[in-house]
Design a protein around this ligand. Structure first.
Ligand code: PLP
Length: 392
């Protein structure tokens, strides 16, 4: 028996562990001090009531012979695929229910989709980045090229025609930078992908946070149906991080080497997966009803208000940042040329505020720092007050 040697190429992820250890050490040394965590990477508000009601009803159905549901379709129940199709339709984006594949998470889909592609493909990943894109490719031995995000491009790298990529990851609005592409920015990527015959893996997990007139789906761009798979999730919009429900879109036009990608994906899913739970899919469908969308909006508005509070503070301090508008994330440049970890310690020591050092998300994150809007209003206001006092 031999092990997969590519696991040796994975970098150990000490980021959140180190943050937790340093915070605990500080708390032990400073018992009276109230620490505020603005590093939270998970939703915190309770689920929309319509979703819980729908899940309870679906549970009760399971007590009856008529209502009992066993294995469901691999690609998700019709009722949810139709609801997702209508969700796109309400924004003027036409996606057929048959092009939608429901699952237990965008994270799993993003990793699992790699089963469809040859190991020799060149992978283009933005830096800084959601670690899943990198690690899932390292695990199967793929070489990775980085597209650097920085202050000059506002952490929205554009395609470089001299780079030859086969698989391209785009996350917009981005985690960790909060930056979101406008139509022109995405058009450039779609054109590049079509020119070189590449496939875009588009992560739209934060589309619901978009307030400005920016694309919420890659399919708002002409030609994207022929070169992009979109991943989306109920995690960040409906707060389903614990429930687990997501979807991906594989349009009919995605045909490579005479093969339809959606057929390959269904073949893959039906071999290795037995579908997301019925009860959870009922809850997810409820999130997309008129009432559900209103309740989702209320929660998102709460987070967005926090983001605005943090952004306003950085504006007044003259600190450069991205995000905060169409995203729960605020990505700031550490003041006075400090390194990510130096700023982490300083912020903890001076303000008792915890965030996430940017360099944990890649080389280009050095000297940057991520704050999130998933805390409470009260804590966010208090943290911002302390930061303004300390860095004035
Ligand atoms: C949270 C998140 C997701 C959602 O993942 P799920 O597995 O559906 O919970 C996807 N992409 C990014 C960048 C995220 O931050």
């Amino acid at each position: 028996m031999k092990l997969n040697q590519f696991y040796n190429d994975l970098k150990d992820s000490y980021l959140f562990h180190t943050v937790a250890v340093r915070t605990a050490e500080y708390a032990a040394k400073n018992p009276g001090k109230k620490i505020i965590k603005l590093g939270i990477g998970d939703v915190t508000l309770p689920l929309p009531a319509v979703c819980v009601k729908a899940m309870k009803a679906a549970c009760d159905e399971q007590l009856t012979k008529e209502g009992f549901v066993g294995y469901g379709p691999y690609e998700g129940f019709e009722f949810l695929r139709n609801a997702i199709s209508a969700y796109y339709g309400s924004r003027g984006t036409k996606i057929k229910a048959s092009e939608i594949f429901v699952s237990d998470g965008a994270k799993s889909d993003i990793g699992n989709i790699l089963d469809l592609f040859d190991r020799d493909n060149a992978v283009l990943v933005p830096d800084p980045v959601y670690p899943v894109y990198v690690d899932t490719n390292v695990m199967c031995g793929r070489k990775i090229i980085y597209a650097n995000g920085n202050e000059d491009n506002g952490f929205l790298p554009a395609p470089d025609p001299s780079v030859k990529a086969d698989l391209i990851y785009i996350c917009s609005p981005n985690n960790p930078t909060g930056a979101a592409y406008d139509k022109k920015g995405l058009e450039a990527w779609v054109k590049y992908a079509l020119d070189v015959g590449a496939l875009i893996l588009y992560d739209a997990a934060y589309e619901a946070f978009i307030t400005k007139d920016l694309p919420r789906s890659v399919y708002e761009i002409d030609g994207a149906r022929g070169c992009a798979i979109e991943f989306c999730s109920f995690s960040k919009n409906a707060g389903f991080t614990g429930e687990r429900c997501a979807w991906c879109v594989l349009p009919d036009e995605l045909v490579f080497e005479g093969k339809k990608l959606s057929s390959m994906w269904l073949r893959r899913q039906s071999t290795r997966y037995n579908g997301a739970p019925y009860v959870i899919q009922r809850g997810a469908a409820a999130a997309l009803t008129e009432e559900g969308l209103l309740q989702i909006k209320k929660n998102l508005d709460y987070y967005k208000e926090n983001a605005k509070i943090i952004g306003g503070c950085l504006d007044r301090l003259g600190i450069y940042y991205t995000g905060g508008v169409n995203s729960p994330y605020i990505w700031l440049k550490c003041p006075d040329g400090l390194g990510s970890w130096e700023f982490f310690d300083l912020l903890l020591d001076k303000c008792q505020v915890v965030g996430t050092p940017g360099e944990g998300f890649g080389e280009c994150g050095k000297g940057f720092f991520r704050l999130t809007s998933f805390g409470s209003h009260e804590n966010t206001l208090e943290a911002v007050g302390r930061i303004e006092e300390a860095f004035r």
